[in-house]
Design a protein around this ligand. Structure first.
Ligand code: PLP
Length: 221
């Protein structure tokens, strides 16, 4: 399965005049049984995404502790301030910075742990009330505050377009285009966008990181 996903990534990269090696496949291992994770690791996958701190801790410091040093681990789910220390200690990249209160907690956690995770900012491109993420019109000011007040320097933006956009006829493309535009005008180079159903579209709009779960591992438990 991994090979076919990599082939699809390469094909969409070529279609949009990009280099396949500029697109990172993040294997979203949340809620996957150990056998599936083992198989994907054995196939050579070395970047993984998790959406819950505790589940990730169990997986990557217990079951798969041996593999932890060989992989890059990315937090792609919402982060509570009381888990900031654990998240900093565990993850190489935190993709879901979305509020000032969390920035404060992260700065403290970075100081406490001595760890320096790379930071992405999550953007709520669809302005959905139930979804986390900075809304687009607040993003420029938010990034500025991160840099000037917190000395945090996000290297990427992340988004999850409204669910069912394909079914409801509202394509994800405009959300990806918006994220790319916001990143560009803030001097940010990485774009984490695209999941199992839409990663090829995301690549055409400039994704540097695609987060693929079910298409890679099979449906979750
Ligand atoms: C679960 C999840 C994914 C992967 O979803 P699939 O549709 O299974 O590929 C990607 N991004 C985030 C933020 C997720 O929570």
């Amino acid at each position: 399965m991994r090979t076919s996903i990599l082939e699809r990534i390469a094909a969409s990269a070529k279609r949009s005049g990009r280099r396949p090696e500029d697109i990172c496949l993040t294997a979203v291992s949340k809620q996957q049984p150990d056998e599936q994770v083992s198989a994907v690791l054995a196939a050579g996958q070395n970047v993984f995404g998790e959406n819950r701190v505790q589940e990730a801790q169990t997986r990557w410091t217990e079951q798969f502790a041996d593999a932890r040093q060989q992989i890059e681990l990315r937090l792609i789910g919402p982060l509570q301030t009381n888990k900031a220390v654990n998240a900093c200690a565990l993850f190489d990249v935190i993709e879901t910075l979305d509020r000032e209160k969390l920035a404060k907690a992260l700065v403290k956690a970075i100081d406490t742990t001595g760890c320096q995770p790379e930071i992405f900012v999550q953007v709520n491109t669809g302005e959905e009330p139930q979804k986390s993420g900075v809304i687009p019109r607040d993003l420029d000011a938010f990034i500025k505050t991160m840099r000037q007040t917190y000395d945090l320097h996000p290297t990427g933006l992340m988004c999850i377009p409204p669910a069912g956009t394909l079914i409801s006829g509202q394509a994800p493309g405009p959300h990806f285009a918006l994220l790319a535009k916001l990143a560009k005008r803030n001097g940010i180079k990485n774009l984490s966008m695209g999941m199992s159903g839409d990663f090829e579209t995301a690549i055409e709009f400039g994704a540097t990181h695609v987060r693929v779960g079910s298409a890679l591992f099979g449906e979750r438990d």
